[in-house]
Design a protein around this ligand. Structure first.
Ligand code: FAD
Length: 323
């Protein structure tokens, strides 16, 4: 029996969330007393593959065929399930990224496995009864779910598990999959990158602003702060409804749910619908000129002040710190 961890890459580079999945899978394999195997699909340089060894995994399987050059959900799910069967893996682990959300249920169906989606902590392992924890009801509660099956697929929430270094040397095995034509019925013709910015759902730091910023012309300082911190930018719903920012930045109950290590909220009141999407953040910093703003109740750190004075000072302070 083994644990198979799928490591997602973007244009040949592994994401941080992929290394979190590797560290998590290594810990799961140790808990279950099983071997661990990492799987990479697509063109990835040897130097990049070697990075997997940093997190304690030496057996790496690569699948690199022309058919799988672009991410196609059905085809990737089939290949991951095929490798899992071939390597006698009873547990498949992957990151709960945009791709992972599409892959996990497909792999589970192909393996007749139980699915534990968006896990936030290590499972408890008791024979074939595993339990995972995940946040529910907009992060207001933690659910414990039992996975009672011989096989299981677990997707790990980004930023939920810290990477752990435990360097070993890597041995790479090339795997030749049987990709069915029906799995390739979707053909990616072209990929147009909408932005080079940090991806919001997986960002470690998010700088978010609301109606307190008064208008779209004032977002330059938000973007500058985000760039210095290597952060993604986000906004409240009214801001995207007004067209000040794109809808892809809207966080909350009706927008994207984020779980960064640091969420900086500027000029956002902290309505319950906004908090629903951000309360899983590890540390929340609120900047608001109204000391009674509800956001302060859930803040780890608060600055009562005018954003137009506070943000420029923060930018200068971070610049000075970096130099
Ligand atoms: P406001 O409520 O107008 O708050 C602006 C804040 O900026 C105030 O606290 C003010 O003190 C502060 N401020 C003003 N000037 C400054 C300054 N110079 N410096 C510092 N602070 C300043 N909202 C979401 O965000 N996400 C959602 O997903 C979402 N879903 C919703 C779903 C439903 C069904 C409903 C009914 C509402 C939803 N909302 C959502 C809207 C939500 O209820 C709030 O109206 C919204 O979050 C308020 O946005 P805001 O904080 O940017 O604006």
């Amino acid at each position: 029996m083994s644990v198979l961890v799928y490591i997602e890459n973007v244009e040949g580079t592994f994401k941080k969330s992929a290394f979190e999945a590797v560290s998590y899978a290594k810990a799961v394999a140790d808990l279950a007393g099983q071997d661990i195997i990492a799987l990479s699909i697509g063109q990835v340089e040897e130097s990049e593959l070697n990075k997997i060894g940093t997190y304690g995994v030496s057996n790496v399987v690569t699948v690199n065929t022309d058919q799988l050059g672009q991410f196609v959900n059905q085809a990737y799910a089939s290949v991951i399930a095929e490798v899992a069967k071939s390597k006698n893996a009873s547990t498949v682990i992957l990151s709960n990224t945009f791709s992972g959300k599409g892959l996990a249920p497909r792999i589970a169906a192909k393996l007749s496995a139980a699915l534990g989606a968006a896990a936030t902590a290590l499972p408890t392992v008791d024979g074939n009864k595993w339990q995972i924890k995940r946040t529910v009801f907009s992060s207001k509660a933690i659910a414990t779910e039992e996975l009672s099956a011989d096989k299981r697929v677990i997707s790990l929430s980004p930023n939920a598990f810290e990477v752990k270094e435990n360097p070993v040397s890597v041995s790479v095995e090339n795997f030749q999959p049987n990709v069915a034509g029906s799995d390739l019925s979707t053909v990616i013709k072209d990929i147009v990158r909408a932005t080079d910015k940090v991806s919001l759902p997986e960002a470690e730091i998010v700088v978010s602003a609301g109606r307190g910023l008064k208008g779209p012309e004032n977002w330059g300082m938000v973007e500058e702060l985000a760039e210095i911190l290597g952060a993604a930018t986000a906004c409240s719903k009214p801001v995207s409804d007004a067209g000040w920012r794109p809808h892809s930045e809207h966080v909350g109950q009706t927008g994207i749910a984020v779980s960064p290590n640091l969420y900086i909220a500027i000029g956002i009141s902290g309505a319950i619908q906004h908090l629903a999407g951000v309360s899983a953040s590890k540390t929340i910093v609120v900047i608001n000129k109204d000391p009674e703003a509800p956001f302060f109740k859930v803040a780890d750190y608060g600055i009562v002040g005018d954003a137009f004075e506070v943000i420029p000072q923060l930018i200068e302070a971070f610049k000075a710190y970096k130099n």
